[in-house]
Design a protein around this ligand. Structure first.
Ligand code: SF4
Length: 350
């Protein structure tokens, strides 16, 4: 336990000197911290900063967010991906307004019960905004703890995962008793995340400048490269789509994705998934395509490597959708690939 206390103190000292000055670190507003945490899932800090700034300017309180229309919050989220996060957050904002009169709840169980909030986010909100000794465990924290304490095994395995939560709980409790400071649990949890992001990185960690190198089991037993024991990623699955840029009188045809599907409510150009080896379009597609793609977009989403060939298209049968001007194209919320198409149209005909 004494060793743990030394480790906690070293991490707190390191965080005091090395923490990045991030905008959401300048507030204790649980709503602002919550928004930063959901944006940061799957997304890098430098990408999140302008999104978070824009979001907080447009939707500064949980009440304003709860009242916002999907087009408003989807546009603010456009490009961050994983749109289920923002739909769930909107539902949660509704619950905060209805059940808690717009005051973000501070009880861990109440926070955890909100839509889209799991153990990690509840722990982050309760410790950072409310100073409660609630643990957090995410990819960064797993990497740091597994190396620092030499924890073997696949972190996704139930028993191994429980070990990380247990350890994170013990450490954050110790932090609540260290020194004369009221930000200790918040800073301790953030120090684990920050060390994982800046020093104890997945590849080539900077052990030479690590504040807990002396205590680090992986470093002392030469197992830094072996820990954590993460499963190898499955090979990506190839998928191919054909998208159509259909124009009439300086307006373009776009379609809105229905509720309950991936990227629900976002706009997109008409498109169809085709076999990876496709040569001709299926008959039922209501468009004919030009002979050559205008351009091709390649991107990776979760385990899919996606290629989208974008053609100028003409309608051969009725197709649903909305004809919009260049100006409206800029205002609608598209998924990343379709935003690229919209931007190209804006550039071509600017
Ligand atoms: S010594 Fe190296 S492996 Fe150990 S916690 Fe520090 S950076 Fe990570």
């Amino acid at each position: 336990m004494k060793g743990h206390r030394t480790t906690v103190t070293a991490l707190l000292r390191w965080f005091d000197k090395n923490a990045r000055d991030l905008p959401w670190r300048r507030t204790h507003d649980p709503y602002a911290i919550w928004i930063s945490e959901i944006m940061l899932q799957q997304t890098q800090v430098k990408t999140v900063i302008p999104y978070w700034d824009r979001w907080m300017r447009t939707l500064p309180t949980v009440e304003v967010f709860a009242k916002a229309k999907p087009q408003t919050f989807l546009k603010l989220w456009e490009g961050l991906g994983y749109y289920t996060r923002v739909h769930n957050a909107h539902k949660a904002a509704g619950v905060v307004v209805e059940k808690f009169q717009g005051r973000f709840p501070s009880g861990y169980d109440d926070v955890l019960a909100l839509p889209g909030i799991g153990r990690y986010t509840a722990g982050a909100i309760c410790s950072i905004a409310f100073g409660q000794p609630t643990p957090i465990v995410d990819g960064n924290v797993i990497r740091v703890l597994s190396r620092l304490f030499g924890i073997p095994g696949n972190p996704k395995d139930k028993t191994v995962n429980a070990q990380f939560w247990q350890l994170a709980q013990e450490l954050v409790l110790i932090s609540s008793k260290v020194g004369e400071r009221n930000n200790a649990v918040s800073h301790f949890n953030q120090s684990l995340m920050e060390l994982g992001a800046l020093v104890c990185t997945p590849r080539k960690p900077n052990c030479e400048s690590c504040p807990v190198q002396k205590a680090c089991v992986a470093f002392n037993t030469n197992r830094v490269e072996q820990l954590p024991e993460i499963e190898k990623r499955q090979a990506a699955t190839e998928r191919k789509f054909v998208a159509f840029v259909v124009e009439k009188n300086n307006r373009w045809l776009v379609q809105q994705r229905p509720a309950g599907v991936v990227n629900a409510h976002l706009w997109e150009f008409p498109n169809v998934e085709v076999p990876v080896t496709y040569k001709t379009l299926p008959d039922e597609v209501p468009f004919t395509a030009g002979s050559k793609p205008l351009f091709t977009i390649r991107h990776t989403i979760t385990r899919y490597r996606i290629q989208m060939d974008v053609f100028s298209g003409t309608m051969k049968a009725d197709a649903s959708g909305k004809w919009v001007s260049k100006r409206e194209l800029a205002k609608l919320a598209f998924s990343s690939a379709h935003r690229q198409i919209a931007n190209r149209i804006n550039q071509i005909s600017a």
